[in-house]
Design a protein around this ligand. Structure first.
Ligand code: CAA
Length: 707
């Protein structure tokens, strides 16, 4: 079908108007995602007015060029003044249109984009399209009538489900919900839209504007809102905007449309002002910014990765193999013993079976994924892998032996990656004759679930190898962050400092439960000691043993955690660690036996316990992290503050509504943090409290550390 000829009436811009027979076509063309910035908003109003005034147009069609329908308001504009027309103004114009308006949706209709479509008379979607109101993920609510129109279209309960989760639904589900009127198989939204418009003009009934419908909201049960509020208070006690969404939908169900819309506006503005909105939007852009590695020019050639190898079928290796299988990349999984291989494969199968039981995966998909993992005892099967990830035991000797072997077997140009979390990637690379092809790919446990991937660039890693690993991270749904070589890289290095401080606080008089309560109160999903139990106390104990042997001044003394490890209290897996656990439960229960071990340890060291305030715990646990993060920046191990923010957001559950560690630090006040660091350096001492020069410099220059 030819594209419609453009009229002279509308000046060139991101929105154009043209006529196709009896249909006036409004096309938004604003790459990359047709975000509704000011130009698009005023273009939409002008094009709509042009179409309404065009005597030859009996109906109007809204379509988008490029890869997607309108993907929402332009997020970059939030926090700045909105020059008119605002999005609610645009939506009101569509709602009041005197000719039928059809929206033809392809790609993703999200947020304000879907709100514009909701103000059209008819919505038709391509089968591949996705529709959603993800504002909650940005600390907002749908502020252009979405909270008022969606319940009128699909009922308040389903509307709340969609808006509180923020996840998009596919076109089929949207049709079943009543969110769209038709689903089309056409490749082109223009064709689908013109066809729908034709049907409407050929005698179809023009539906009422959504704003005028009341059948789905009449007689809404007030108990629905009370139940949602109670659920949110339990599941998301920290978050601001979900509660406002419930308020807005309740307004839709109880007030006239105009009054409900006014209430929505007030609630939207309250969300917009909330610091959570700023934090969540920082987190949104951080995820995208880390993909652009400073010094790695866009367009750096990448290598083709069609088949990978994973060495080691333990917990990490199995999870890594699953990450590839889940993205359609076949993986050869090598282990040194049949028993290890069987155990790994059984764990993978159990994991997939649980997904099938939960309805997240079909039995066929499970079998396809299992079949794409090829178990073997023979390294020779790695000969044609394009990339191999080594996930063997954390020992330099073992890793160097594995890499020597891989170097001899793998084809030229194959990338060799180590999943080490603490060892020197350059020393591992030196065991091969191809250090330019070696780097670290540090997955986080469980590797098939956690989104973070630290991509560790060695001294000799080539640009193309780094670019390939970053692209691969994205392909397998991870957030890849490029980091340099040091002990613990970025994430674990900061975690280690927090761990030392949490231990010091308990020695001085806090209980592990108190420390954990303060951290979960801050917004972490797990406290430090619950996390230790989850990871396994024996794991940390082994690392501490290594550090003690290496003469680390902060790891010399045996502490109460070592005593627990030596007594077989290894954490959740043994139902006893810092806490105790009932069989089959992950809920930590404070254990007087542990309190006694701590007490005994204090006595042995001659420490007189004192009451420690929650504020002191919060400040010491968080400020020590900020100080270490600043040192990491100083040393160039992370190139930008945003890299550290993304690592803690995606690998350690730093609360996304706080934006990220360093974004939060700026809001907390660098001056306050630096003063406290200097005070703790004097009073507590130890390398972890030696103030970062960068932190002090930012304070002296009165500039933020993040942005
Ligand atoms: N505003 C501004 N920029 C946006 C944007 C938006 N709404 N959505 C995406 N972008 C930018 C990204 O930052 C990225 O920019 P760079 O290339 O410079 O990094 C570029 O567009 C491409 O984005 P992705 O890399 O994410 O591309 P993708 O194809 O993987 O995903 C997408 C596309 C599904 C649309 C995804 O970008 C997305 O989910 N965007 C956010 C959508 C959203 O939240 N919309 C609601 C906005 S709030 C709203 O509308 C409020 C209201 O009611 C008033």
């Amino acid at each position: 079908m030819p594209s419609p000829a453009q009229t002279d009436a509308v000046p060139p811009g991101p929105v154009r108007y043209a006529r196709e027979g009896r249909i006036g076509v409004i096309t938004v063309d604003h790459p990359p995602v047709n975000a509704i910035g000011h130009g698009v908003r005023s273009g939409l109003v002008t094009a709509l007015e042009t179409g309404l005034a065009d005597g030859g147009a009996d109906a109007l069609l809204l379509v988008c060029a490029g890869r997607t329908f309108l993907a929402g308001a332009d997020i970059r504009e939030f926090g700045k003044p909105f020059p008119p027309p605002t999005l609610p103004d645009v939506v009101a114009c569509f709602d009041a249109a005197t000719k039928p308006v059809i929206a033809a949706i392809h790609g993703t209709a999200l947020g304000g984009g879907l709100e514009v479509a909701l103000a059209c008379h008819v919505r038709v979607a391509l089968r591949s399209a996705k529709l959603g109101l993800p504002e909650v993920k940005l600390g907002l609510l749908p502020g252009a009538g979405g909270t008022q129109r969606l319940p009128r279209l699909i009922g308040p309960a389903k509307a709340l489900d969609l808006m509180l989760a923020g996840d998009p639904v596919g076109a089929e589900e949207a049709l079943a919900l009543g969110l769209v009127d038709a689903v089309e198989d056409d490749a082109s939204p223009l064709e689908a839209g013109l066809r729908a418009a034709g049907r409407l003009l050929d005698g179809g009934r023009v539906p009422q504007p959504v704003s005028a419908r009341i059948d789905r909201i009449a007689g809404s049960d007030p108990a629905l809102f009370a139940a949602r509020r109670a659920d949110l208070a339990k599941r998301q006690p920290h978050l601001f905007s979900p509660h406002r969404i419930v308020d807005a939908v309740e307004a839709a169900a109880t007030l006239a449309f105009a009054d409900g819309t006014a209430r929505e506006r007030d609630l939207f503005l309250a969300c917009l002002e909330s610091p959570q909105r700023a934090g969540l939007i920082h987190a949104f852009f951080a995820e995208r910014q880390v993909a652009k590695v400073p010094g790695l020019p866009p367009g750096t050639p990448t290598r083709d990765i069609r088949r990978v190898g994973v060495v080691g079928a333990g917990t990490m290796g199995s999870g890594i193999a699953m990450s590839f299988a889940n993205s359609g990349i076949p993986a050869v999984l090598v282990d040194s013993t049949q028993e290890g291989l069987d155990r790994g494969l059984a764990a993978i199968r159990r994991n997939y079976e649980s997904s099938v039981r939960k309805g997240r995966l079909s039995a066929t998909q499970m079998e396809e994924r299992m079949a794409s993992i090829h178990p073997t005892l023979s390294y020779a099967d790695l000969a044609d892998a394009d990339l191999v990830v080594e996930a063997a035991f954390e020992s330099m000797e073992i890793k160097q032996t594995v890499f020597r072997r891989l170097d001899g077997i793998c084809k030229p140009g194959a990338i060799l990656a180590t999943n080490t979390s603490t060892l020197d990637v350059d020393a591992i690379a030196a065991a091969t004759g191809r250090p330019q092809d070696v780097l670290g790919m540090h997955f986080f446990s469980p590797a098939n679930v956690m989104r973070l991937l630290e991509v560790v660039r060695g001294a000799k890693t080539s640009d193309s190898v780094l670019a390939t690993a970053m692209a691969l991270a994205r392909r397998i749904g991870k957030v890849g962050v490029a980091v340099g070589v040091c002990d613990g890289f970025v994430g674990n290095r900061i975690l280690h400092q927090r761990g030392l401080e949490a231990m010091a606080l308990v020695e001085e008089g806090a209980s592990p439960e108190q420390v954990d309560r303060v951290l979960t109160g801050f917004g972490f999903p797990l406290g430090h000691f619950s996390m230790t139990d989850l990871a396994g106390i024996d794991v940390g104990w082994r690392i501490r043993e290594e550090r003690r042997k290496a003469g680390d001044p902060e790891a010399q003394a045996t502490d109460w955690l070592d005593i627990l490890a030596e007594r077989g209290r290894h954490g959740q897996k043994t139902l006893a660690g810092v806490y105790r656990y009932e069989p089959g439960s992950r809920s930590p229960i404070a254990d007087p036996a542990v309190a006694a071990v701590i007490e005994e340890d204090r006595r042995r060291r001659g420490i007189m316990p004192r009451p420690v305030s929650n504020e002191e715990i919060r400040d010491r646990c968080l400020y020590v992290m900020v100080n270490e993060a600043a040192k990491i920046l100083e040393e160039g191990i992370a190139a930008r503050a945003v890299d550290i923010d993304a690592i803690w957001l995606h690998g350690y559950g730093f609360p996304s509504w706080r934006g990220g560690l360093l974004f939060w630090a700026d809001r907390e006040g660098l001056g306050r943090i630096a003063a406290a660091v200097q005070r703790y350096h004097r009073d507590i001492g130890g390398p972890r409290w030696s103030p970062s020069a960068l932190l002090l410099q930012c304070v002296a220059e009165k500039r933020p550390i993040a942005c």
